[in-house]
Design a protein around this ligand. Structure first.
Ligand SMILES: Nc1ncnc2c1ncn2[C@@H]1O[C@H](COP(=O)(O)OP(=O)(O)OP(=O)(O)O)[C@@H](O)[C@H]1O
Ligand SMILES: Nc1ncnc2c1ncn2[C@@H]1O[C@H](COP(=O)(O)OP(=O)(O)OP(=O)(O)O)[C@@H](O)[C@H]1O
Ligand SMILES: [Mg+2]
Ligand SMILES: [Mg+2]
Lengths: 155, 165, 165, 155
């Protein structure tokens, strides 16, 4: 129904503004429903202004800034409607170390509701996880899973 | 609802019986390129009822059955079981633990079970509806998808919202 | 032909006069997210005659002009110069060193120079034709493009070959 | 002209088969022109079989395997028609350490013809480069470039 959608949208929007500021350490962002179109059909416009920078088209954002903006929105959706578990496949590939830290720090507050499974090649992400599974192919073409500790991983 | 374990056999590169046990907090899955990490993401979507072969990176559904290596023969079917803690009764089944199993044979024939009872694919999808977990939900972010999102049109982005709202 | 240097002023986040000097071998460009590394890729394509605003990540060509920060005013134009060693005469100009300059003003008006002589955009494109370097060539692989390639249709991949053949 | 295209295509194809084997440490790959269509219009089919694995659709390859396959093709094109310089923006984002090493090792043989400019967040890539430029934004929103040595980078 229209009212439900608009109500949920406004909640996500407000969480998005807050999540963006936290993940970027400042700045401003917003999501807006396309004008002049029925709310149940309208597209979603995104505005994002990292700290110190001027407003400009989000297409001009860097690869890492685009990922952090999308993560802010994903986290905003989780705040409104948390999932019991969530799987993220290499979402940190384009992030520098400082952004991986900020992302993992904010992730902590969702842990009371949600189990996170993160696939990553990134050492920082591994060190900040509670449990690590190593997947290998000792026998070519056949996957095998091993539980790993952080010391084995850093080897 | 909590994810307790996923048992895999014959799904993509997981030829041998493999068990993944999950606890609270953050579980990180690591390993070299091509070793099978994203195949774990695929098997999760598949158990939850994913029917889009493209979103499982295949050309036909039988592409998910282990098809052999230079030293091993292909399998005749792929099977995976997800075991969930349902103490909070988020799943509409009056049991503390719920198991969902999916199987597909070389013939293309699929089988579905909830707590070892044969069901239809439709029943699995309905089981997970409104739980925040399911094939169309935002709880699975595949490799490469996060980069696609912000570059997509404002209409495509709407789909994320429709899931949540 | 060798790339000797690129001088940038007012192009995207490079508000101040910046010189990048290149030598033989592998030059690695590093830095945090959003600091301007891909903008260097953009300025290279732009000097070589790139006209697709979308491929420079903008909405209009004037988007490449430094548009200010909370403490600095926007610039009135963007300018960049590429200096090339042409001892092998790969460029069809009888000079050991060739400089190519491009400028764009807030009005949208563009200016182009080869060795300080005003030329048309067309002349710049022709200069680089058949050198293996140019706006459509495979010598610039933008961020995210390598992932796109193998997932693209067999017809789209053909474009890579048409460049080489 | 048709002959020129087919001749160049066959050269690239043969280099691609060799490059793939070197970057994957074995296995087999091929590129084939779409059948039944005029050579000047035909699409390009790619086949890739990493070592020890069976032939299957390239869509089933992993993220890193797809990148290594594309790099094999890019290197094959460079062998046939080298460019004077080449810019690669974060192409190692999805690669594990072993693949970054293989990629950088094969890259060496193009250095006599081509200058490479590689943008990367990856330490291995940095250590194998001849020169490093650090881009910073001490003043928010304004890029500044510094020449860096490997010691400064590892700090
Ligand atoms: N039906 C199948 N039978 C056997 N192997 C398969 C099958 N389908 C896919 N594979 C193999 O699984 C591998 C891909 O695994 P996956 O995508 O999980 O890798 P990954 O660990 O995520 O790697 P990356 O770090 O590169 O993303 C491929 O090498 C592919 O050949
Ligand atoms: N016209 C402009 N004026 C000022 N700044 C601009 C302009 N156009 C783009 N920018 C800024 O440049 C930044 C993007 O830089 P760039 O894409 O080069 O980052 P990057 O170093 O490649 O980062 P990443 O590691 O995330 O890919 C954005 O923050 C954007 O706001
Ligand atoms: Mg993967
Ligand atoms: Mg970039």
């Amino acid at each position: 129904s229209r009212e439900l959608f608009v109500k949920t949208f406004e909640e996500i929007r407000s969480s998005f503004q807050e999540m963006f500021r936290r993940l970027f350490g400042g700045g401003r962002a917003d999501i807006v429903l396309q004008e002049g179109v029925d709310v149940l059909e309208a597209g979603i416009e995104i505005f994002a202004k990292p700290p110190g920078k001027e407003n400009r088209s989000i297409s001009l954002l860097s690869g890492g800034e685009k990922v952090m903006t999308t993560i802010s929105l994903l986290f905003a959706v989780f705040k409104t409607k948390p999932s019991p578990f969530c799987i993220l496949d290499e979402i940190d590939a384009a992030l520098d170390e400082a952004n991986v830290d900020r992302f993992m720090a904010v992730l902590q507050e969702f842990l009371s509701f949600t189990q996170f499974i993160i696939i990553s090649h990134n050492r920082r992400t591994m060190t900040m996880s509670d449990e690590i599974y190593g997947v290998t192919m000792e026998e070519k073409g056949v996957s095998k899973v091993l539980t790993m500790s952080l010391d084995t991983v850093s080897a | 609802m909590k994810l307790k374990k996923i048992d895999i056999r014959g799904f993509k590169s997981f030829a041998d019986k493999t068990r993944l046990t999950f606890h609270d907090g953050i579980t990180c899955i690591v390993g070299p390129n091509g070793c099978g990490k994203s195949n774990i993401v695929d098997v999760t979507k598949w158990i939850l009822g994913e029917q889009s072969v493209k979103s499982l990176r295949g050309k036909e559904m039988t592409d998910v059955i282990f098809n052999g290596t230079t030293t091993r023969k292909a399998h005749g079917y792929a099977e995976a079981t997800m075991t969930l803690d349902n103490e909070d009764r988020l799943l509409n089944i009056d049991m503390d633990e719920v198991q969902v199993t999916r199987r597909v044979h070389r013939t293309g024939e699929g089988e579905y079970f909830i707590n070892q009872q044969p069901v239809r694919l439709k029943d699995i999808k309905e089981l997970f509806m409104d739980t925040g977990v399911g094939t169309k939900s935002y709880s699975v972010m595949e490799q490469g998808q996060i980069e696609v999102f912000i570059n997509s049109s404002s209409k495509d982005r709407r789909k994320l919202f429709e899931e949540a709202a």
